[in-house]
Design a protein around this ligand. Structure first.
Ligand code: MN
Length: 344
């Protein structure tokens, strides 16, 4: 398939590497793997070479996890966000129309995060923000989730700007990792990322945020972090827990928010049965193709998608037109058969 758009694709910078503790990555995957990832996160030209090779028109980049969210010092968090956004701007200028970006936002101070996002979107055409889960706002367990009250002024601005926010995983807090003790291999993308991020997404749904700001759109990677499968059960039990609903902050049921306020991407989850199940739950217009480069091989993800047996209209939507519509991308018109019919 030609003309694909991908949007969970990451870079790093020298400054980010100073803050980034690669220990977890090294423990899980070995030093050589971690070093190779670090090298590819810094190699901006390789993105476009890979895109050309894989039939990708546009790539929306973001700073790798945990990025700004793990920087406790508010001033340093703001500096890292600005420097990451400056680097993304350079790449956008170098590859106009091919490279786009999500802004990094210092959520340690939600008003400052909103200011950074507003400037990035209005002045520099960023496509929204990518936030790596909760933000550290002090030592230890002092963190802030995105549904919590101080963050609502950020969401007010997001609603006004009308751009999506990608909720990307990070590792659970150290104090919450007892369940993984003895199994360090489960601490990251293999398992813990999904648990942490799906819980964060459910918090957003139950908080009432989408009642107050109904146009806010959240993107989840990895086929929705398990939620297409788990949400019906969550809803069933919430319906049954009559007492549990007494303190409910939201007006509607989780499935309503999932269908109206969420998009999911295929990043790092190239499995056909699960893709079809996710499409059945959220609808084809809310599924977006992505790879999770360089943690995943761009060509492997693209080959899987290109070879999928799927109706052309659905394939063109997931691979290109849903993203074009969501991000108002200026892309040349391609017919559905022109897009999907060129599958190798
Ligand atoms: Mn990722």
């Amino acid at each position: 398939m030609e003309g694909k758009v991908i949007l969970e694709e990451h870079f790093s910078t020298e400054l980010n590497n100073k803050f980034w503790d690669a220990k977890g990555e090294e423990t899980r995957n070995g030093r050589a793997y971690a070093q190779d990832i670090e090298r590819r996160l810094m190699d901006s030209d390789a993105y476009v070479t890979e895109m050309d090779r894989c039939g990708v028109d546009v790539c929306i980049l973001s700073l790798t996890s945990p990025g700004v969210q793990s920087v406790v010092d508010t001033k340093q968090a703001a500096e890292l966000a600005h420097s990451a956004n400056d680097y993304a701007k350079l790449l956008m200028q170098k590859y106009p129309g091919r490279i786009e970006a999500f802004a990094s936002v210092p959520m340690q101070n939600p008003a400052a995060g909103a200011d950074v996002l507003e400037q990035a979107v209005k002045e520099f055409r960023f496509k929204g923000a990518l936030i790596n889960g909760y933000s550290n706002v002090g030592p230890g367990d002092n963190v802030q989730y995105l549904d919590e009250e101080p963050v609502w002024e950020f969401w007010e601005r997001v609603s006004k700007l009308n751009v999506p926010v990608y909720l990307h995983p990070r590792e659970p807090l150290p104090s919450q990792q007892r369940a993984l003790k003895g199994y360090p291999e489960l601490g990251g993308s293999a398992w813990a990322f999904g648990l942490e991020t799906s819980t964060h997404a459910v918090r957003l749904m139950l908080s009432g945020l989408f009642d107050k700001y109904p146009n806010v759109q959240i993107i989840l990677g990895h086929l929705g972090e398990g939620l297409p499968f788990l949400l019906p059960r969550l809803q069933h039990r919430l319906d049954a827990q009559r007492e549990g609903l007494k303190g409910a902050k939201c007006l509607r049921r989780p499935s309503y928010y999932f269908a109206n306020n969420f998009y999911i991407t295929t990043s790092g989850h190239f499995h056909t049965k699960q893709l079809h199940a996710a499409m059945a739950q959220i609808g084809v217009t809310r599924v977006l193709f992505s790879t999770d480069y360089p943690y995943e091989q761009m060509d492997a993800g693209c080959r899987w998608f290109d070879d999928l047996e799927m109706e052309n209209v659905a394939k063109a939507a997931i691979g290109r037109t849903n993203a074009r519509n969501l991000f108002s991308l200026t892309l040349p018109d391609m017919g559905v058969s022109e897009i999907a019919g060129s599958a190798s």
